[in-house]
Design a protein around this ligand. Structure first.
Ligand SMILES: [Zn+2]
Length: 169
């Protein structure tokens, strides 16, 4: 299955009503449309799905095996969130910046185990972080902006459950 590149059709965007619409979890194609019957267990991350909610836990012996939405995105290499980090300050302080980003991810993942960092790639002074969820990428961008200032910019891919956040400092 071919997916559009997150950045190609991204439009400049400031958080607002449209963002609320985009962040409605019903629009995530990786989320189940209906609650499954019985329990599911993800063979990769071992999360258990009870009544439609994936969480840490010990699975029922009769649980069916099914990959969770986060592991399916990771397998498809299809990120929901993409954060780019650029600029001389960010480059000079990249260790601190990445530590802040990872800290936010750990905190969010503790409560929302489907919200994970997929990859962190550094190339030509720019760092790109991809995530399995649009809330996480937004939270990391906000945390960096709050901690270090700089410019924060949001973009969304038209008609897609994808959020792109650019932070430059
Ligand atoms: Zn999983």
């Amino acid at each position: 299955m071919k997916h559009p590149e997150p950045g190609n059709r991204a439009l400049g965007f400031t958080p607002g009503r449209r963002m609320q619409f985009m962040m409605d979890p019903r629009h995530d194609p990786y989320q189940a449309r209906r609650k499954p019957r019985g329990e599911l267990v993800c063979p990769d991350c071992k999360l258990v799905c009870r009544e439609g909610r994936w969480q840490h836990g010990v699975p029922d012996p009769h649980a069916h095996t099914e990959h969770c939405p986060a592991c399916r995105r990771i397998a498809d290499r299809y990120a929901a969130g993409t954060l780019t980090i650029e600029g001389p300050f960010a480059y000079e302080h990249r260790a601190d910046v990445l530590q802040t980003a990872r800290h936010v991810a750990e905190q969010m993942q503790a409560e929302h185990p489907l919200q994970r960092i997929m990859d962190i790639e550094a190339l030509d002074g720019r760092v790109t972080i991809t995530t399995t969820d649009i809330h996480l990428v937004q939270a990391i961008g906000k945390a960096l902006h709050h901690a270090y200032g700089g410019n924060l910019h949001y973009g969304f891919a038209e008609g897609q459950y994808q959020l792109r956040v650019d932070w430059a400092a």
